[in-house]
Design a protein around this ligand. Structure first.
Ligand code: NAD
Length: 350
């Protein structure tokens, strides 16, 4: 397998391979290992070009460094992207080759699930590398991360209510949840248990109705979710949902959800701040999943209690971010980056 190093400023290592035999065309970016080995998922996507894939892997791996730094997982940031249509290119040979590619970094990069990659795929990858996490509990892994992500989002949302309204009590609060997949539905359950009024939507109407019926949440259309008169908007579907088209419609005091890359551009974070909307930066509030995976590296292996204790620190991390935001007069999204950079700088100083 030919592995070619790409020199990219600010990244420890970026490698590519285009393996004729298995058809594997992939990139791995190791952004930063100051805090520990670079952990981040493997994404499969039909990128239009290798350049597009490179942009994505660089952005995502840096995001993982920041997320892990603020969550104190003891891990660095990395990511892998496999170029191609998952309906066409998945094969045993491809995942075995991907395992060899991951293995070539000698543990500097550790892989996990991401978009279009599932546990059965990783089980093949594991045959050619040991640097794989997030496998099932039966296989000694930490299992499905979604319930842990949802737990962290729920705690973060409560902390936002405490900061904004002076109380964590949700019985008089209302939340619009966009997307009720693995994370969104688990969040809805917790919110309803605490007596919040909840609206839900999903691109899959049947799914929205099912979750609405099960937990007693009101179903609205995908478009109407932006206009609901709620205290909190909780994006749990796609990224870039706070954008030029939606920001004026949001009638909420808090944006706090599980989705990655919630802000379309940094200026949308600045606009939320200007309007007095409290934003829980995505990679801080949705770190429960990576925290859970990181516990696999604890001496003695995975332990759920340790994981939950660490996830319960997410509210403290968010409050630190909001304090920086308030004291420096900067958007919470920028304050989170400042916090991550200061944690990394301190670790580099030793
Ligand atoms: P999922 O695929 O289980 O759920 C996403 C849901 O959103 C699906 O039900 C889908 O039908 C729906 N959806 C898609 N487009 C929509 C739209 N335009 N409007 C409304 N609904 C729409 O995914 P998930 O694991 O629940 O993850 C949700 C989000 O949280 C993603 O952005 C993911 O990147 C992020 N995230 C997840 C985890 C995790 O542990 N699963 C961790 C960190 C971040």
């Amino acid at each position: 397998m030919d592995i070619i190093d790409l020199e990219v400023d600010g990244y420890e290592r970026v490698v590519r391979t285009h393996d004729g035999e298995s058809g594997l065309h992939a990139l791995i970016a190791v952004h930063d290992t100051t805090m520990g080995p670079a952990l981040g998922g493997m994404r499969m996507w039909p990128y239009a070009s290798e350049d597009e894939a490179l942009t994505d892997v660089l952005r995502l791996s840096k995001g993982m460094t920041y997320k892990s730094a603020v969550a104190h997982t003891g891990l660095g940031g990395g990511k892998a992207v496999v170029i191609g249509d998952p309906n066409e290119i998945k094969s045993e040979a491809l995942f075995l080759a991907m395992g060899r590619f991951v293995d070539s970094l000698g543990g500097k990069y550790i892989t996990a699930e991401d978009v279009n990659i599932a546990v059965p795929d990783l089980e093949i990858v594991r045959r050619t590398t040991k640097y794989v996490t997030g496998l099932s509990r039966e296989d000694g892994g930490s299992g499905n991360p979604s319930p842990y992500t949802a737990y962290g989002v729920f705690l973060g949302l409560c902390a936002a209510c405490e900061v904004k309204f002076g109380s964590e009590d949700l019985s008089s609060r209302s939340v619009a949840v966009q997307g009720v997949g693995a994370v969104g539905s688990a969040l809805v359950r917790r919110l309803r248990e605490r007596g919040a009024k909840v609206w839900v939507c999903d691109v899959r109407n049947d799914r929205a109705r099912e979750v609405g019926d099960q937990y007693g949440a009101e179903v609205v259309s995908m478009d109407a979710i932006f206009d609901v008169d709620a205290d909190v908007f909780a994006p749990c579907a796609l990224g870039a949902v706070v954008n030029d088209a939606t920001i004026d419609r949001l009638n909420v005091e808090i944006v706090a959800g599980g989705a990655n890359n919630v802000l379309h551009e940094a200026r949308h974070g600045a606009e939320l701040f200007r309007r007095g909307v409290l934003y829980a930066p995505d990679y801080v509030i949705n770190a429960g999943g990576i925290i859970n995976v990181s516990v696999e590296f604890a001496p003695g292996g995975y332990d759920q209690e340790t994981s939950l204790k660490k996830i319960e620190r997410i509210p403290a991390a968010l409050k630190e971010v909001w304090e920086i935001s308030a004291s420096q007069g900067i958007p919470a999204s920028d304050a989170a980056d400042h916090l991550a950079e200061s944690i990394l700088a301190e670790a580099r100083r030793g």
